[in-house]
Design a protein around this ligand. Sequence first.
Ligand SMILES: *Cc1c(COP(=O)(O)O)cnc(C)c1O
Ligand code: SF4
Length: 452
Amino acid sequence: MSLQGSSVTAEPPCTEAPEDHRSFRRDDYWRALPGYADVDAETFHSHTFQMRNSVTSVGKLMAVLGDRVSQHFLQDLADGLQHAPMSVRISPYLVSLIDWDQPDVDPIRRQFLPIGSSILPDHPELHLDSLHEQADAAVPGLTHRYADRALFLTLDTCPVYCRFCTRSYAVGLDTDEVEKVHLSVNRERWDQALQYIRVTPELEDIVISGGDTYNLRPEHVQYIGESLLKIDHVRRMRFASKGPAVMPQKILTDEAWREVLIGVVNRGREMGKEVVLHTHFNHPNEITGTSFDAMNLLHQRGVTVRNQAVLQRGVNDDSGIMKLLVKRLSYMNIQPYYVFFHDLVAGVEDLRTTLREGLDIEKCLRGVTAGYNTPTFVVDTLGGGGKRDGHSYEVYDEENGIAVFSSPSVRPGELFYYFDPIDTLSESAQARWADEGARREMMAEARGLAGG
Ligand SMILES: *Cc1c(COP(=O)(O)O)cnc(C)c1O
Ligand code: SF4
């Protein structure tokens, strides 16, 4: 067993960014796909086209791709979807950015379209809602875990559905695998959450999430935004949306939505409060000239944008890719805030990395650019311990893939686990995980070493 500090780790192997971070593609890339061959740039880059033509089934994908992919791949995809906890929804923009000559390894495909052949068994310690968001819910859809801030889940739909979604217990349509807790658009539920915030004076900072606030109608963004601004003790708000990464067109062409958001930001500023947008780019291939234009517009209108990425195997688990992502985001005036270690989520074990891999990437990244544009790599610990800096583990048993964290300001005196994916461990460690008794024993041992 390797203990914290007991092994001398060599400098991790760092790779270079594979492309120039200042080049943003502006070609008609979508025209390479039979289904979009005749779509002109103005049409393609409107949010109405993007919304109406979102791909929600294998059949729709086939209609777009024609003969660009093999029957074998389509079958693999159909198998993957059958076992997926998330429903499929992907924008034409993202579909067009996938390299369909190599769909098996494409980083965008991996995030949105599951294939049966790469699915691994779930980690034995996985439970739906592994982060305790529901257990910590003060009222339905409002998680109050940290003293001064709360997470407000306003709705349960998104412009796309990501395989790795931590909220797969609630977000999206029911699938063959999962029946969900629904948090639909519901004024009464919102008012209940707002009332809780109103009577809880320690709350200063509200994360307005979902689902995805891209899917809120402009009048809903306005209602929620204005209601929160009216509460004296609320000083900071963040609208969370994957939108800029998956459908930047909406920022540019959905004037009503954009102007309401900018209006809330400006109203907040006049009141001395901070309202920002948090988004979610994971790979440099998701960034194009359209993203640049959309982010430029928001920047010029005074909207601060930050990014929260998820570290994923075969997507961005490479220091060169992460360097390029961070440099490109910074160039667009998006601040790379967090990189999350992938949570334990059903059906996506193939996307998780070890703690060590993320820590090594962080080491390669720090120093590349400004500290304020260098993300913190955080683990959202199992069982509601909250987010912890990955480097701050109390114990990391790398042989068995068990990390133990403490969280003195959130749940003093308790210990929380994070687990590496089992398929990355040695054969003997995998055998121990397969044995219930051995599993309990090694978990208890790691806990013991952490003083628990
Ligand atoms: C992530 C999160 C927040 C915000 O945390 P920050 O570290 O300030 O970004 C608030 N509440 C919950 C439940 C969260 O998961
Ligand atoms: S956009 Fe966010 S909430 Fe929606 S599926 Fe993706 S990760 Fe989950």
